[in-house]
Design a protein around this ligand. Structure first.
Ligand SMILES: [Zn+2]
Length: 271
């Protein structure tokens, strides 16, 4: 399977379509309420689904509500991990997504010690993660040297495309600042809006459950980030339209993306 956490094979799960459509596309009242409440509390990391802080002061408070990082899946709290296990499945959801991908990672890793290269990846992840949280993005996963964020309307609201574009700009800005401070993090960013299948996935032995996205739109966003040079942001025509940026004189061109058998109209955002 593709688009999964590094080094683990996950299988896509089907079922509970109405429930997941409500969670991701419409917004589930119980989950939305939790997300709002938990966002007010400080602390990181956070549960990827309900946003409960797992560390810091917020994490300490959460212990009283019997919430803690799930032992089998530390990206989620124990309650959300139980939810993923109880309701495997997914739904087609129209959302915006962002790929941030390290450029020339093979060459980079050959010039650095494994420890320094790992630190570089960790710094990139930390920057992207912070900006995704800031702009209501949902951290889908870390995949080797790339980070994937999605904005399901059920979490991010109807202005998901604007938020994804704002996050992309913010990440590019933070990467540029990092260049001046420490070693450059040469990452490219791609943003796209499309209907994808967002669902739970389970590792082959069933020990771990995650949320992942499937469909051509996912590949398109990944390929778009690969076109972007270090520090650049590429927006697909679909996200430009969804974010209401058509009137802003962004010049869209045809691009040939690997593995996609048609031209894709996209634009490079001015720095
Ligand atoms: Zn949770």
């Amino acid at each position: 399977m593709t688009q999964t956490a590094s080094n683990i094979d996950f299988n896509r799960q089907d079922g509970n379509e109405e429930l997941w459509y409500q969670v991701f596309q419409v917004g589930h009242p119980v989950l939305a309420k939790k997300q709002k409440r938990y966002q007010m509390l400080p602390g990181s990391p956070r549960c990827h689904l309900c946003y409960a802080p797992m560390g810091g002061l917020g994490g300490w408070v959460m212990r009283f509500a019997k919430l803690h990082p799930s032992a089998r899946n530390p990206n989620y709290c124990n309650a959300c991990d139980g939810f993923l296990e109880a309701f495997p499945g997914g739904a087609d959801v129209e959302l915006s997504m962002l790929f941030c991908d390290l450029r020339g990672s093979v060459e980079l890793s050959s010039k650095m010690t494994p420890r320094d290269f790992t630190q570089l990846i960790m710094r990139m992840r930390a920057i992207v993660l912070e900006k995704l949280w800031k702009h209501d993005g949902f951290v889908l996963q870390f995949q080797g040297d790339s980070v994937i964020g999605v904005w399901p309307p059920g979490f991010a609201g109807p202005d998901h495309a604007q938020k994804a574009v704002a996050a992309a700009k913010d990440i590019a800005h933070a990467l540029a600042e990092e260049r001046a401070k420490e070693q450059e993090i040469p990452a490219g960013i791609g943003v796209h809006t499309d209907t994808v299948y967002l669902c739970t996935v389970a590792s082959a032995n069933g020990a771990l459950q995650e949320i992942s996205a499937f469909g051509e739109g996912v590949n398109l966003a990944a390929r778009l980030s690969a076109v972007a040079g270090a520090g650049e942001v590429f927006l697909s025509e679909a996200v430009i339209a969804a974010a209401g940026l058509v009137e802003q004189g962004i010049s869209v061109q045809d691009y040939t993306l690997k593995g996609i058998d048609r031209h894709v109209r996209a634009a490079r955002l001015n720095k």
